[in-house]
Design a protein around this ligand. Structure first.
Ligand code: G3P
Length: 217
């Protein structure tokens, strides 16, 4: 499973990238707003760091303006994936940009039918939002399973990009199901390293290091 990092924070991207943990980056208008930076400038900076796909989202609601915005975003770098919402206008924009050879990430997906439409429209990535479904007591991971089944049934090559990931458990569950990509905030990726027995074991080793005065350097 590829790891994308869901942030527009440059330092966090650099830290994870140095460890080989970043196969791509996703942003959205809320993350850009949080960064306090200009969308074109910060997206360009991310593309300079990361070789893999960098999702940058359109902000228009109608297809013509979305397409113009998408074309402008795509000019930033070769690894831009234009992110469009899963609306009819978004699907029209997805088809047009995909036909032009631009990667497209269709976002705000909450149903298997939406994912089916995105694949038909040529999406490179479909972004089902796990956490926001969980928030309303609908099993987000079940949606990932359903989309996996449907895409495999028909050989769609649209990649399942599990999004709205809120915890480390979501990451391993997505990997078990076979999501192609999971995008998570930096804190969730780092939290994957945590285990209470690791902490406990290390504390025991450190007590013995102290007791025996073990030194290596
Ligand atoms: O990639 C989409 C993601 O940023 C949404 O996450 O936690 O706002 O639902 P969240």
């Amino acid at each position: 499973m590829k790891f994308f990092v869901d942030t527009a924070e440059i330092d966090a991207i650099k830290e994870l990238h140095a460890l080989g943990m970043v196969d791509g980056v996703t942003t959205n208008p809320s993350l850009i707003a949080k960064s306090g930076r200009d969308i074109l400038e910060v997206t360009r900076e991310i593309c300079d760091i990361v070789d893999g796909p960098v999702s940058a989202e359109v902000v228009a609601l109608d297809a013509d303006t979305m397409l113009a915005e998408g074309r402008k975003l795509a000019k930033i770098a070769d690894n831009i994936a234009v992110k469009v919402p899963l609306t009819w206008a978004g699907l029209q924009t997805c088809k047009a940009l995909s036909d032009e050879g631009t990667m497209v990430n269709v976002t705000l997906c909450f149903s298997a039918n939406q994912a089916l439409l995105a694949a038909k429209a040529g999406a490179t990535f479909i972004s089902p939002f796990i956490g926001r479904l969980d928030d309303i007591n609908i099993d987000g991971l079940e949606l990932i399973e359903d989309i996996r089944t449907i895409y495999d049934n028909y050989g769609f090559d649209t990649q399942i990009l599990a999004a709205s990931i809120r915890n480390a458990n979501h990451m391993s569950e997505c990997a078990k199901i076979g999501a192609d990509v999971a995008t998570a905030p930096p804190g969730v990726i780092k939290a994957m390293a945590n285990h209470v027995l690791t902490d406990k074991g290390l504390a025991g080793f450190m007590a013995d290091v102290e007791k025996a005065g073990i030194k290596i350097l």
